[in-house]
Design a protein. Structure first.
Length: 317
């Protein structure tokens, strides 16, 4: 008998948990399964209507405010309405909860409109299935660990900055920016799902010293001095398409010497992903015909991306 009473009590609690008081004091569904990422139309507003059209066609939400919805959840003990606000947690990624990311929302609707049109023309139609972010948030500026950046990918969506600059960009500038956004989607997916496979790619940019020690060149300083640990060669010699920084630095007894810092693994990966997405092997091969490491990295990454494409689609469906 006691077990039956406990069972009935538990069922009653679960039933109550699935309901809430509406404004008239009657029980109604709590809407705990509401899909916050559904975009509703506002035909009287050019910006909101365009966002709705993009969502209708591609199922990709675009936001310009990080509070994307609200829900009435009954009354509190004082009889006041309880309102739940759904806010994007864009600083959370699979690796960590990033608290050093800050952004400023734009208040200029014309700039935001330019941002939405940019995504519609240069990004969203070309996105690979399985790698689309949950949503896009357009912002005025974006700072990560005191550095100003224009793009960040997290688990709940992607933040795209520079909306105020878009109206001044040439078509070539927009194409390059769009390619970098799409490349970041691929790089984000590869890092989160195929880190083991990427070890070989990163390892191609390693050098072997006279003592047989293997050194990964990512973030290593290469300088034009007799005390340099590595030969003063162009970045292409080490298999890189870009550098993290370059300039002059002071070396004791030698004065100021030229140097550059090799890129991070993530920057290195993004450089090659973008080249693969351009899909112009003949041009790439001609430009780097004397750089065997670069050609090897390109070919390996191209094969990896082709081999995991379908799997990524299945994982994210």
């Amino acid at each position: 008998m006691m077990k039956n009473l406990i069972g009935i009590l538990l069922l009653s609690l679960f039933a109550l948990a699935s309901c809430h008081d509406d404004e008239n004091g009657t029980l109604s569904p709590s809407n705990v399964d509401v899909d916050w990422y559904v975009i509703k139309d506002n035909p009287n507003d050019e910006l909101d209507h365009l966002i709705y059209e993009i969502y209708s066609k591609y199922k990709v939400p675009v936001y310009y405010n990080d509070t994307i919805g609200r829900e009435y959840r009954g009354l509190d003990a004082n009889g006041d309405s309880i309102i739940y606000y759904k806010t994007l947690m864009l600083g959370y990624s699979i690796e960590q909860n990033v608290t050093s990311m800050k952004y400023t929302l734009s208040e200029q609707r014309q700039d935001i409109l330019e941002g939405v049109k940019f995504l519609e023309e240069y990004v969203i139609p070309f996105q690979q299935k399985g790698m689309k972010p949950r949503c896009f948030l357009l912002v005025e500026d974006l700072i990560f660990s005191s550095d100003q950046i224009d793009l960040y990918y997290g688990m709940s969506g992607a933040v795209v900055s520079r909306v105020a600059e878009l109206k001044e960009m040439t078509r070539e500038d927009k194409e390059a920016f769009g390619l970098r956004i799409r490349g970041s989607e691929w790089a984000h997916a590869l890092v989160n799902n195929y880190s083991k496979e990427l070890e070989y790619f990163y390892g191609l940019s390693s050098v072997v010293g006279e003592d047989g020690k293997v050194t990964d060149m990512h973030l290593q300083d290469v300088q034009q001095s007799s005390s340099s640990l590595f030969p003063w060669k162009d970045k292409k010699y080490y298999g890189f398409l870009s550098v993290d920084e370059e300039g002059e630095k002071y070396v004791m007894f030698q004065g100021f010497v030229k140097y550059y810092r090799c890129p991070t693994e993530n920057a290195d990966l993004l450089d090659f992903v973008m080249e693969v997405l351009k899909d112009d092997w003949d041009v790439f091969q001609a430009e780097y015909s004397d750089c065997p490491i670069i050609l090897d990295k390109y070919e390996y990454l191209k094969k990896l991306m082709e081999s995991v494409r379908d799997e990524l689609v299945e994982k994210n469906n």
